[in-house]
Design a protein around this ligand. Structure first.
Ligand code: SAM
Length: 331
């Protein structure tokens, strides 16, 4: 039985934040001094597997592990290996993950061996000093080693860069050339007002319509229908023969085609990245050994999926549109 929401959208994509912890503190994502969940509140890997399995039985075809940083969750490869049985059975089309790349050198080969075919690596700059500045705790050479290891293991890598005014806007053409030169697509993302950070988001926000206009002065961009199941809209870049994706939740949302829901590491299901409404799946998960209660709770939650988000970044509203940080639901 497919999961179909009140607006007729089929839900076939689950993103799972396996931990809210991260080894970076990107300035647009988190405050430096973050309070994380006590470890005892986390679902076990077995519980996460059971939850994912019920979603797959209910029609999820794509599953993305995210965080926090998914590769800092202890024993995460156990979950990846468990979930890969659904790839082997054909129930799941794709198992993938979004990572900051810091631990990839260690895990790339095992990920590829477990049936993961492509991953997204978040990278906002190629300049080592700027990288350290934006991530506060990250080191570019480790991420580069991670990307090398991923490509060597045969994983298809896509880069995600949050477009930040006066930080990386001037560098994005060079990043795109570099990514395409190495056979990687690049997706740029508008910064979203999620969670309190130490900076003013109005200073960071760059509408991608401006970036696209500036790129079009140097490159020939052609809209293409290419899709990866997510919200990016792609263009082909003639000069580099690569794909550039735009994720534009602020200037142009694509909620009408949203096929996603998001599960946190405590078993909370968010039906929309940009709304506060959520459903607790931990109680029905733990209430019985069978999955009926869980399946009913999921159906009830999908029945409440909202039409869309209404993010606003504006100097008059200093509070974020959504109080939780991106690290809770994993983007
Ligand atoms: N740690 C992993 C990583 O770095 O990719 C996964 C989690 S991270 C929260 C997922 C993505 O969300 C990253 O590409 C990050 O840059 C992006 N992100 C975080 N906060 C954001 C915000 N407020 N607006 C837009 N993107 C954001």
């Amino acid at each position: 039985m497919d999961m179909i929401d009140p607006f007729g959208r089929t839900i076939s994509y689950l993103r799972v934040s396996v931990t809210d912890r991260c080894d970076f503190r990107c300035t647009y994502c988190m405050a430096e001094d973050m309070a994380f969940l006590p470890k005892k509140d986390l679902l076990s890997l077995e519980e996460l597997d059971r939850l994912c399995t019920v979603f797959i039985e209910k029609g999820v075809r794509r599953l993305r592990l995210t965080g926090g940083e998914p590769l800092v969750r202890k024993n995460i490869m156990h979950l990846v290996r468990q979930l890969s049985r659904h790839l082997e059975s054909g129930a799941l089309e794709e198992l993938t993950l979004t990572t900051n790349g810091s631990q990839l050198a260690r895990f790339a080969a095992e990920l590829a061996d477990s049936g993961v075919k492509r991953i997204n690596v978040s990278l906002d700059t190629l300049d080592a000093d700027k990288f350290h500045k934006i991530t506060r705790w990250g080191h570019l050479d480790k991420v580069m080693a991670g990307i090398d290891a991923a490509q060597a293991a045969g994983l298809k890598v896509k880069l995600n860069a949050v477009a930040l005014k006066d930080f990386n806007d001037a560098e994005l053409p060079e990043m795109m050339r570099w990514a395409h030169g190495r056979g990687m697509d690049l997706t740029v993302i508008e910064t979203m007002p999620m969670g309190e950070i130490d900076a003013d988001r109005t200073d960071q926000y760059l509408p991608l319509s401006l970036l696209r206009a500036s790129l079009e002065r140097q490159f020939t961009l052609t809209d293409i229908p290419f899709k990866t199941g997510g919200p990016a809209r792609y263009v082909h870049v003639a000069e580099t023969d690569g794909k550039l994706g735009f994720i534009t939740p602020m200037t142009h949302n694509f909620c009408e085609s949203c096929n996603r829901v998001r599960l946190t590491c405590t078993g909370t299901l968010y039906m929309c990245l940009g709304q506060e409404d959520a459903a607790d799946l931990r109680a029905p998960l733990r209430a019985s050994e069978g999955n009926e209660l869980l399946a009913d709770a999921i159906d009830e939650a999908i029945g409440r999926k909202p039409k869309g988000h209404d993010f606003i970044i504006d100097r008059r509203t200093s509070r974020p549109s959504v109080s939780r940080h991106m690290s809770v639901t994993g983007g």
